[in-house]
Design a protein around this ligand. Structure first.
Ligand SMILES: Cc1ncc(COP(=O)(O)O)c(C=O)c1O
Length: 551
């Protein structure tokens, strides 16, 4: 239980003066305050999740509109308003219950979940040291550790030999990758490199980074530069195309097959069409996804790699979600072909269970990042270890310390247990959905994500034998029902699944609303998932969503 400190505090007048300021830099005010702060640290580490689990569920029942009304003060107070202990009390007792308890085993809707408790310790150390890995002068060993951890993840993906890592792990002239704020910036970094390598300097042209895209297209005699991605690829790739000047309309979505994997015939046809296009077209990269956001499926990586190799196209794999599957001997083969890519991204805050936020980008070739190198006179001099020389970000926290030590604490086997639990519980859930007559499994889990919808047995029967129009009508009704189920369950606050709209050929030409489960919490088990399905059935009964005419 969280202790309330409010009543025991001696509320002296709060002033902003030099002495008070100095105390905030040096130490807590006195021995009593120090012991209270230590107690709060203990509660943050061990009591907070327990408190939320016991008293809150997923989140307290209060509307966003009401909350927004309470947070409409745009004035910064002239003098201090609160002491730290009062702030911590407020954060624990008033804020925490109203954010989202993503650590709950009943929170199975998104790629954000519980983290091992030691991550809070590691994050605290990173915060206390406050290193800035943009340059060695503000980070020293932290930058060296970052190069080491990048080599560890590079080896997990590409499996090069000892000689390779010996030559590059601490080489100041080469980079095996970079640590970014998130998957979005990791994707952007990979495509930034791909763009600069494609439109590189040549006779009479100083490269796209220097002269810009229109000069680059002219220098290479191109009408257009495009990016090919699966229809189910993450929208961050579009953002990257926008920022890099490629243009979101030049991101070509390749259709997927019945298993939601990039359809290779569509890919080949698109490439043929681009080769024959009136405006000479260059392909910046083909992106294979290893764990799509909505369905968790993995594109056919070996085949895409072969197509890229034949056509001399940069092969990028977005493994933001699925990358850590490589830790599991049992399921690593699902990602076969990833080692053939030119670049890969993996999110630290997804299945590496790091605290928000961390992305990783890896390049097969240690010289690849040279094309995004920047220098400044006061730091980041040529030949330095300064990690800011090849990075989209400037100042940056030493989050790689968290990853390096988490890998030591967990080992591959520890991570494998988490990954295997997620995949296997997702399969059990799929079997349970198939067993229940009023549910329909829409996409089976390849990794640990699946989608389904509530679809009463009577409607399924009519759907199977119905005309195209009847199927459309049923889908429209089911869409409304599933939107309601998801909203009512979320508002009830005990559990959470997400929803999305998917185009599933077997169920009609239009997109349909589906419920989406992401299993990444080791405390989530089939019993909990069955309770979530029971709750959805109960919602349908209570609100009369299931009954009525089924045709
Ligand atoms: C496949 C994939 N790629 C990229 C991203 C973007 O990651 P982030 O949210 O860390 O920017 C996501 C996020 O869900 C994702 O699922």
């Amino acid at each position: 239980m969280i202790n309330t400190y409010k009543n025991t505090v001696d509320y002296r007048k709060l002033v902003a003066d030099w002495n008070s300021l100095m105390r905030t830099f040096i130490r807590p005010e006195d021995a009593a305050a120090r012991s209270v702060l230590l107690k709060y640290m203990e509660q943050i580490l061990f009591g907070l999740q327990e408190f939320l689990k016991t008293h809150v569920g997923i989140t307290q029942e209060i509307s966003l509109r009401d909350l927004a009304g309470q947070y409409s003060n745009s004035h910064i107070s002239l003098t201090p308003e609160k002491k730290l202990d009062a702030v911590i009390t407020e954060l624990i007792e008033e804020l925490a219950p109203r954010v989202v308890n993503v650590a709950s085993p009943y929170f199975v809707g998104h790629m954000t979940a519980a983290i091992p408790f030691f991550m809070v310790h590691l994050k605290t150390i990173v915060t206390a040291l406050n290193q800035n890995v943009v340059k060695i002068e503000t980070s020293k060993l932290a930058s060296v550790v970052e190069k080491q951890v990048l080599a560890k993840i590079h080896r997990l993906v590409y499996g090069c030999d000892d000689g390779f890592y010996g030559a590059h792990i601490q080489n100041v002239h080469t980079s095996l990758g970079g640590v970014t704020q998130d998957g979005t910036l990791a994707n952007m970094t990979a495509l930034w490199v791909a763009r600069n390598r494609l439109l590189a300097p040549k006779e009479g042209f100083r490269g796209v980074e220097n002269e810009g895209l229109s000069a680059a297209l002219k220098a290479y005699g191109l009408g257009r530069c495009v990016l090919l991605v699966s229809r189910l690829a993450h929208y961050s790739l579009k953002k990257a195309a926008g920022v890099l000047g490629i243009g979101t309309e030049n991101v070509i979505a390749i259709d997927v097959d019945s298993n939601n994997r990039m359809d290779l015939n569509s890919l080949r046809t698109t490439l043929d069409q681009l080769h024959g296009a009136a405006a000479k077209t260059a392909v910046l990269a083909i992106v294979g996804v290893a764990g799509t956001t909505e369905t968790g499926t993995i594109d056919p990586l070996p085949e895409i790699a072969e197509i890229c190799s034949l056509n001399k196209i940069h092969f990028h794999v977005d493994a933001a979600w699925g990358g850590p599957t490589l830790m599991s001997e049992r399921y690593a083969p699902l990602l076969k072909g990833i080692e053939l890519s030119d670049s890969v991204i993996i999110d630290g805050h997804k299945q590496l269970y790091m605290p928000m936020s961390c992305g990783l980008v890896l390049f097969k070739e240690p010289a690849a990042m040279d094309v995004i190198e920047y220098h400044a006179n006061y730091i980041m001099r040529p030949g330095s270890v300064d990690l800011g020389t090849k990075s989209m970000a400037g100042s940056r926290a030493a989050n790689s310390l968290i990853l390096d030590y988490a890998l030591k604490i967990m080992g591959k086997k520890g991570y494998a247990l988490l990954i295997e639990h997620g995949i296997e519980v997702a399969r059990e859930l799929a079997a349970e959905i198939r067993r229940r007559p009023d549910f329909q499994l829409v996409t089976a889990p390849e990794l640990n994500i699946l989608t389904y919808r509530y679809c009463p047995a009577a409607m399924q029967k009519v759907f199977r034998s119905g005309s195209a129009q009847q199927r459309r009508d049923i889908n429209a009704r089911l869409d409304r029902i599933n939107v309601q189920i998801q909203r009512l369950q979320r508002e009830a606050g005990r559990s959470f699944v997400s929803r999305t709209t998917l185009k599933v050929d077997a169920l009609g030409p239009e997109g349909i609303v589906v419920l989406r489960c992401v299993i990444m919490n080791p405390m989530t088990n089939l019993k909990i998932l069955m309770e979530i399905l029971d709750e959805q059935e109960a919602i349908c009964q209570t609100y009369g969503l299931s009954g009525g005419n089924s045709n």
